[in-house]
Design a protein around this ligand. Structure first.
Ligand code: TMP
Length: 205
């Protein structure tokens, strides 16, 4: 079963994932991430740091996804493991349309087409949502300066995420990231556990 965790920078994903590792340890999940599950992620981070052109950057994020699927996701699914990924394809569909706005026409359709035929759809996606000012206030000064992390950009990214969730309500679970951290972690852990138990009874199609 493939679970993905999504949300803008400052939404609390890192704290959540650390707690999920403890709460779900008995299920022995594979914790992974995008970008950076393979060495392709290093080139993505370099492209972002050096402000490479947005098409290069988008295609490197896509390459990182392909390598991630081939190296980790598909083999683990074949073994019947529970996988929890910190960011996945929806990060591309939420972030890159903002970066590619004005660079190419209809960036979201372009990105969806690039993923077509080889990506693997998550079984469930937890989207952490919060007011932009709270997300920005959680970021350290160093982080605030980073390319993606100005309030205006994060606000558009979150709108894109909410659009994706509205278009696919059976997959997305929207979570209020302002709730106490422990409450958020326990809710998501319980949902994952319930899904993992029912998917064991129902073999993957
Ligand atoms: P991280 O902070 O979760 O490691 O993610 C690095 C940054 O890259 C974050 O600002 C989100 C952004 N990102 C994209 O723009 N597109 C993508 O496809 C992914 C996976 C991340």
């Amino acid at each position: 079963m493939l679970i993905t965790i999504e949300g803008i920078d400052g939404s609390g994903k890192s704290t959540l994932l650390a707690r999920l590792r403890e709460l779900l340890a008995d299920l022995d999940p594979l914790f992974t991430r995008e970008p950076g599950a393979t060495w392709v992620g290093d080139s993505v981070r370099r492209a972002v740091a050096e402000r490479m052109d947005p098409i290069t950057e988008a295609l490197l994020f896509c390459a990182d996804h392909a390598a991630h699927i081939d190296t980790l996701i598909r083999p683990a699914l074949d073994e019947g493991r529970l996988i929890i990924s910190d960011r996945y394809a929806d990060s591309r569909f939420a972030y890159q349309p903002v970066v590619l706005d004005g660079v190419i026409p209809d960036p979201l359709s372009w990105l969806l087409r690039i993923h077509e035929g080889w990506t693997i759809r998550p079984d469930r996606t937890f989207l952490l949502v919060l007011p932009i000012e709270d997300a920005v206030s959680r970021l350290g000064p160093e982080k605030k300066r980073e390319y993606f992390e100005s309030a205006a950009i994060l606000s558009r990214v979150q709108e894109n995420y909410l659009g994706l969730a509205a278009a696919d309500p059976s997959r997305f679970v929207i979570v209020d990231a302002l709730l106490p951290k422990e409450e958020v972690a326990r809710f998501i852990a319980d949902e994952i556990r319930a899904g993992a138990l029912s998917s064991r009874r129902r073999p993957r199609a």
